[in-house]
Write a protein that binds this ligand. Sequence first.
Ligand code: GLU
Length: 505
Amino acid sequence: MTQRKVRVRFAPSPTGPLHIGGVRTALYNYLFARQHNGDMILRIEDTDSQRFVPGAEQYIIDSLNWVGIRFDEGVSFGGQYGPYRQSERKEIYKKYVDQLLHDGLAYIAFDTPEELERKRGEIANFQYDASTRMQMRNSLVLPAEEVKQLMEEGHTYVVRIKIEPNEDIHVEDLIRGDVVINSSVLDDKVLYKSADGLPTYHLANIVDDHLMEVSHVIRGEEWLPSAPLHVLLYRYLGWADTMPQFAHLPLLLKPEGNGKLSKRDGDRLGFPVFPLEWQDPKSGDISSGYRESGYLPEAVVNFLALLGWNPRNDQEILSLEEMIRSFDLSHCSKSGAKFDYEKGKWFNHQYIQLKDNQALAELFVPVLKKHGVETGLSYVEKIVGLMKERVNFVEELWDQSSFFFVAPNRYDEKTVKKRWKPESASQLAELIEVLSGCEPFDVEQTEETMKSWIESKGYHLGNIMNAVRLALVGAPKGPHIFTITEALGKQETISRLRKAIDLLQ
Ligand code: GLU
């Protein structure tokens, strides 16, 4: 058998912002495509005009671009199999609707919403299927003449698939194995609506996967219940031989593990469930995004990659290249993956450590600006290098390191009470004299100068150090004192000591 070229697609519906689970689906498709030198397609499934949300398509594109998922074809990328927006493929689908009708594998139904409602009232657990379809108003029941007339008179109708009951339908899933569902539980789903001349999701999805020569359908578990219908559609349309292989990814679960992760969990527990910030065009409500919350895209990718898959060793930090090399659908878990947000923060911490100081400094500059600080990049780079170990997010660098950029103008009261001794002012005044002659003003020399001065005077080392820290930082925090003095430089160090003497004595 000749191997088929790997072609996968990410096929979101623009019904709102892309959920972080959708980003994971796109990522797994991407890893799979890259690993097999295949093609990655972005298809926009917008046949449900009722649920269309303006701005959602652009949001999807921007989100995937931010995390670094690249497409070979699709909406905004072009390609040989376009158009890639389903609303622009109307004519293409009509042909297959007609084919199914002609072959007797689908039928026309005129039931109005009210009629369907009434039936639901009459029959408990009503389902439009083999057991009920002969009681309804459709082309299986009505004389051909009447059907023709109703259509000519412009009555709206839908086309439904005709599913034969009592057949075991097999979905071969690369993650779940052979999934068997009996056709009797399926209903005669609507494939096409005359009202807008558009197919529904099911038909458009299958026709496009076929025409776009998709080899693997990798998507969320929520689509597994649709898969038997899709298998049938491939058969009905005569495409069973080239049906793509399915892989239904595990659900993302709430951090507690019970139930599907939702936007409300994010609100409740204070973490984003969307890649980028999103403003709802109707309500104006803003939902937070990973980007705006200070995540590095590499960290998000790494975090998501391991929600449902792992490389079968203990390695947690993986570059994109490593993921592409070791990704394996058959190693994806069947059961849901708990969304451990704390782990997400841990990943961000790790990626901040891995990032070089210059790149990190560039990310920190806008934060500094926001606080009114403008200073040379090389100084920022140095401070970032000293402090990054302490933070999970770039923003947090400000809390940790603001004293490197602005002198304290108030001093932590409790510390003053405890650490500023009656003799502190005169001792620091002496220290200023001592430090004035200290050259070079680096960690080693300053430490040596200060310690030998303390020793020769018989002062208390701890008391001096505490007072100096209070003068330089304003609070009992920060790295090693001599690391601070070196970064600040002689002039600034002395000026801060002077200021503390003035204000605290
Ligand atoms: N349009 C569907 C979605 O929004 C696509 C499901 C699939 O990949 O088949 O997720």
